[in-house]
Write a protein that binds this ligand. Structure first.
Ligand code: NAI
Length: 288
């Protein structure tokens, strides 16, 4: 029987979440996605209008099916957390059940269980500011949207995850890439460091209690919507081309395929790992 995956952080066909969905679909998984509420309408209408059809083509020529799109805002755990200005915001008012807890409940009602959980989302309102110039509010917002969102997703989805299954998140390289990541500001570098550490702690807790594996992919630079918004993604890609062991542009599919491998029984002994999918750039150390 095919596996069922819930991928949080898909709102177009350019990012890593989409590529992971495709690789999992190609391997036979049923795909559910969680889409940020403000991006939901445009994503769903683009899907319906066939705007993504070209990028839905799988290696066997068939089209990836997304069984259901769930609205999600991973910054809020339950309705009590949602402040009035968001509740009454036009972009949120048309959707319901989009806090993490409610999304997990809806998936449970609709499908009973999932086998694979993917966290492919991040947000940092002050990402363009150096850390020294970042406000407390901006820093905490980055950690909330990019790191705690993962803890929260796992916490709420783990009761409906089948044992032996995988939970996966994406981070960027922070340790060996000072040259680039000192510009990855606003507390985003801090958020990614938290994710790296949480991978190990969550792997222990989820492994012991639920027999679930927890791994992280540390991906190289990709021209996604989020990355373009930060503004120096082309420089990061050039830097990788100039310095990485493999001098080719990274494709999102290479990250998707790694996710499919990690989610498969082929990776049954891999947990608590941070896997670099970056043309080897992380191996080059600081100050290349
Ligand atoms: P993306 O724009 O495709 O994905 C980010 C998604 O997060 C978007 O769909 C956005 O709507 C969603 N999002 C933002 N705030 C949210 C919230 N509060 N609740 C729910 N969803 C929310 O961009 P990309 O680059 O594919 O990002 C996916 C992950 O990969 C992120 O964690 C990012 O940091 C990471 N990554 C990206 C790299 C790159 O160069 N693009 C490199 C390494 C890691």
């Amino acid at each position: 029987k095919g596996k069922r995956a819930f991928i949080a952080g898909v709102a177009d066909d350019n990012g890593y979440g989409w590529a992971i969905a495709k690789s999992l679909a190609a391997a036979g998984a049923e795909i559910l996605v969680g889409t940020w509420v403000p991006a939901l309408n445009i994503f769903e209408s683009s899907l319906r209008r066939g705007k993504f059809d070209e990028s839905r083509v799988l290696p066997d020529g068939s089209l990836m099916e997304i069984t259901k799109v769930y609205p999600l805002d991973a910054v809020f755990d339950n309705p009590e957390d949602v402040p009035e200005d968001i509740k009454t915001n036009k972009r949120y008012a048309g959707s319901s059940n989009w806090t993490v807890q409610e999304a997990a409940e809806c998936v449970k009602q609709d499908f009973g269980s999932i086998d694979i959980l993917v966290h492919s989302l991040a947000n940092g309102p002050e990402v363009t500011k150096p850390l020294l110039e970042t406000s407390r509010k901006g820093y905490l917002a980055a950690i909330s949207a990019s790191s705690y969102s993962y803890v929260s997703l796992l916490k709420h989805f783990i009761p409906i995850m089948n044992p032996g299954m995988l939970s996966l998140q994406l981070m960027t390289e922070i340790l060996n890439l000072q040259y680039i990541t000192h510009r990855y500001g606003g507390g985003m570098s801090s958020a990614k460091a938290a994710l790296e550490s949480d991978t190990r702690v969550l792997a222990f807790e989820a492994g012991r209690k639920h027999k679930i594996r927890v791994n992280t992919i540390s991906a190289g630079p990709l021209r996604s919507r989020a990355a373009k918004a930060i503004g120096f993604i082309d420089m990061m890609i050039d830097y990788s081309l100039a310095n990485a062991p493999l001098q080719k542009e990274l494709s999102a599919d290479e990250v998707g395929n790694t996710a499919a491998f990690l989610a498969s029984p082929l990776a049954s002994a891999i947990t608590g790992a941070v896997i670099y999918v970056d043309n080897g750039l992380n191996a080059m150390g600081v100050g290349v």
